[in-house]
Design a protein around this ligand. Structure first.
Ligand code: FES
Length: 334
């Protein structure tokens, strides 16, 4: 184990101590659509919860030990409650199944966050694209755009009309009849994505959340738009990520003055964690952002579903649970 000097360029930051947990109780469970229930969470003492902005999500720590990430879909102007919506997933690994089958009003839970890797920025106008439960981060954005009096349009696809949550809420927000268009698959609806993106004017920001193929189609269809215009939030990393050959990497932890050799078959997060270094993880799939770490030297091999192409090119941060290195050595702010 070697010792390294902290590079002079490192700016002091608070040491990473792991995400803080907040105790909450379930105030309400509400059916939003077939197979979709929303959960209203509040502090047991009725106090304020941390502020958040559209695009943010929380970690829900279930009593079974399972941790799942859910976008906040309520209103940021309510400081006393968070609302998340959960689709019952037929292939559930225990998260959505627990929420639907066992969660009850009054039940105590713990949460972490909010965190936000899908930030909603001011723009001239907006095109929102949602698929299925991907409507959850988009809903507060549409609400914000409506409150600003901005020009916006929202297109929303789902497998069936009955399974599409928040349609009435969206309809009430719409500034005109065409602002919200829904495309239920069981009614033959097909989102005219190519045409919509092709018509997008300069200055229009595109925000999209939903299944991978929909988001890939958004990225492809928006290739002509200026960089930084398209913002997507993925449920899991892009297909093909993680299929590259893994190689061992030497990781220098500048803040701790320690070096860890990460074997090809181990994640950087696991290797650093096992070495007792102050790193934290949650989803371990490259989607929640808990393990985000600054890169001080070396070139990361990004395999997450969070960073945009521009952010990947910058190479100044990485997600330790899935990403590796294109150089034999990385220096991290750990
Ligand atoms: Fe969720 Fe790494 S633990 S992104």
């Amino acid at each position: 184990m070697a010792t390294e000097t902290v590079p002079a360029a490192v700016e002091p930051e608070a040491p990473k101590t792991g995400p803080q947990e907040t105790p909450v109780i379930v105030r309400e469970l509400r059916w939003e659509a077939a197979g979709v229930v929303s959960v209203l969470l509040a502090r047991p003492d009725g106090g304020r919860l941390p502020a958040w902005q559209p695009g943010a999500h929380i970690d829900l720590l279930l009593p079974t030990g399972i941790v799942r990430q859910y976008s906040l879909c309520g209103s940021p102007s309510d400081p006393f409650a968070y609302r998340v919506a959960v689709r019952r997933d037929a292939a559930s690994r225990g998260g959505s199944e627990y929420v639907h089958a066992f969660l009850r009003p009054g039940q105590p839970l713990r949460i972490r966050g909010p965190r936000n890797h899908f930030r909603f920025e001011p723009a001239d106008s907006y095109l929102f694209v949602a698929g299925g439960i991907g409507i959850t981060p988009i809903l507060p954005m549409a609400r914000q755009a409506a409150a600003w009096g901005a020009s916006w349009q929202l297109v929303y696809a789902g497998r069936t009309a009955a399974s599409m949550a928040f349609r009435d809420t969206l309809g009430a927000l719409a500034p005109h009849q065409d602002a919200v268009r829904v495309y239920p698959g069981d009614e033959g609806g097909r989102m005219p994505l190519e045409a919509l993106l092709g018509q997008a004017r300069p200055g229009t920001a595109v925000y999209a959340c939903g299944p991978g193929p929909l988001l890939d189609a958004v990225s492809d269809g928006a290739a002509h738009l200026p960089r930084g215009t398209v913002h997507v939030e993925r449920f899991r990393p892009r297909a093909g990520e993680g299929t590259r050959q893994d190689a061992a990497v030497e990781v220098v932890c500048a803040r701790s003055g320690r070096t860890v050799n990460v074997a090809a078959e181990r994640s950087v997060l696991d290797a650093l964690s096992d070495a007792g270094l102050p790193v934290a993880g949650s989803c371990r799939q490259g989607v929640c952002g808990t393990c985000e770490t600054r890169v001080l030297e070396g070139v990361p091999d990004h395999r997450d579903g969070i960073l945009s192409e521009e952010e990947r090119e910058k190479g100044d941060r990485m997600y330790l649970c899935v990403s590796r290195a294109r150089t034999p050595r990385l220096v991290l702010d750990v």
